[in-house]
Design a protein around this ligand. Sequence first.
Ligand SMILES: Nc1ncnc2c1ncn2[C@@H]1O[C@H](COP(=O)(O)OP(=O)(O)OP(=O)(O)O)[C@@H](O)[C@H]1O
Length: 247
Amino acid sequence: MTDADLIVLDQVNKRYGDLHVLRNVSLRVRRGEVVVIIGPSGAGKSTLCRAINRLETIDSGTITVDGTPLPEEGRALARLRAEVGMVFQSFNLFAHKTVLDNVVLGQVHVLGKPRAAAEATARALLERVGIGAQAAKFPAQLSGGQQQRVAIARALAMEPKVILFDEPTSALDPEMVNEVLDVMTSLAREGMTMVVVTHEMGFARRAADRVVFMADGEIVEQAGPETFFGSPSSQRAQSFLDKILIH
Ligand SMILES: Nc1ncnc2c1ncn2[C@@H]1O[C@H](COP(=O)(O)OP(=O)(O)OP(=O)(O)O)[C@@H](O)[C@H]1O
């Protein structure tokens, strides 16, 4: 590991019963890097993301974030989940809290910030993702794209070192996809370290520093987007791209 590495996975294996979902996965994510993970359904992309945030345990291998092995439980685990923000396909907002409170609460309870400071941060972040005017509403009163932007603001409020996005636009109606991808693209341009599992190849082309192609639990190849989309080196990646880019 070098100082530039923020996340390091070394020879990670994970099984669900007989199903070997992560096979000797080794991956480094550098500070400021945007890594986009693509691959067919069932490749293990979500499992990989969730393992980094310790939402899944692994069977063997090691994962470190900023040089520290993942904690087992307790306050250290809560801190890890603040440092490694996660934005899911389903937005997972607190339904009975306002948009503002959804972004405030973690700051108060995990980071220990005073409520007034947390609110000021939350309002600024809601402005940044373009939904400042919705602060007093409840999640169900927002569109899917707006809710996902609240989820991004909530992750940012924890001052994360990296944000993991697990298919953040898959549950959205098509007209809302771009408003979320635009927020993600500007975060990428501002230098946020991001790991993004997505089927949005346009986003991968314009925002990724590196594309990681997974299939059957393995990292098959990884390269910069121009190289990967221009001439992938494996047959598996080529046939995946042929299938999805045809439509
Ligand atoms: N909790 C679980 N118990 C058993 N099998 C699981 C569990 N979670 C995932 N799997 C299986 O592990 C494999 C990898 O799943 P994963 O969700 O990581 O794939 P993925 O690449 O993210 O796929 P998709 O693009 O469809 O989301 C799949 O075959 C899935 O059915």
